[in-house]
Write a protein of this length. Sequence first.
Length: 345
Amino acid sequence: MVQFTFLIFLISMGVFAGIMIHDPRTLWSGVSFFWMMVCLAVFLLFLFTWYADLLVSHDVLTGILVIISLLAFGCVIAFPGVLIMMFFIEGIRVIRHEGMKPANLLSVLFSLLLFGYLAVWPAIGNLTRNTAGTMFYVIISFAALYLLSLMAMYALSAILNLLHLRKRRRADYIVVLGAGIIGKRVTPLLAARIDRGIQLLRRNPKALLIMSGGQGPGEDIPEGEAMAAYAVSKGVEAERILIENRSVSTEENLRFSRDLMRKERPRIVIVTTAYHVFRALILARKQGIRCVGFGAKTKWYFTLNALIREFIGYLWLTRKRHVSVIAVAAVLVMLVNLISIVGYF
């Protein structure tokens, strides 16, 4: 059995490696990594069981394994509570620093909904007495669990797409995605993106830097022009900068920037804020643009709130698929209930 579980682990590791090498810009990167970890845990469990007699004779090793197991179990039990507190506290910080805007309430709202789902929703299930109520409860429970699992895989996939073993990519183009500016001045968030792009430009001496961003409300000039001026002030040669100044969305950032590229099969690097990288890569994949993404850092409290916003954006982008999954599950639940009612009579 140990050999079989080890073989399953090797297969899962091969699947994960294949996805990461071929194209990691999907949720399958996170799903495959998760199942690889599950297979590893199962293999280690059988391994420890198989060599139990050997472990018993080594008290120190047994003690270490017990402590590790207790810590792991404790982390699993405490994780939901820690998650709720973290999102709530950081959500309050977002409101204090960024203002009472609807988009800034996402962290607090998520923490309250998660608390309600874990602490209150099970009690509601005990109150359902009729078939329709139970059916409705099961459907809502599945939808919530599905969305939570989807969010976890999204976050995991986003992290995996930020990890790079090497910074030298022999890149041809480094595309920095724009954000809002104040008049003609770049904001700290946008400056962090440009600084990251400049850092990568210096590691890829043959690359050109594309500053991508159009002109929005309250902006005196297009974002791309303000970004280029900032880069020049940081020592970047003007001839190494291309300006894309028409886009008003991430989709247009990518499409119009691709139009500026003269090479037929260019090596492209996308630079944006860390929480935005994965969705930008998904949008690039939908446009047939092969690229990798690098993230600029931002404040932690803002990252959590923005990650929820990015996930909502992903859900909207792929809404038909997820509505179909929940709809099929709802139909199956109703069929099971119908069959049970018919069988009862």
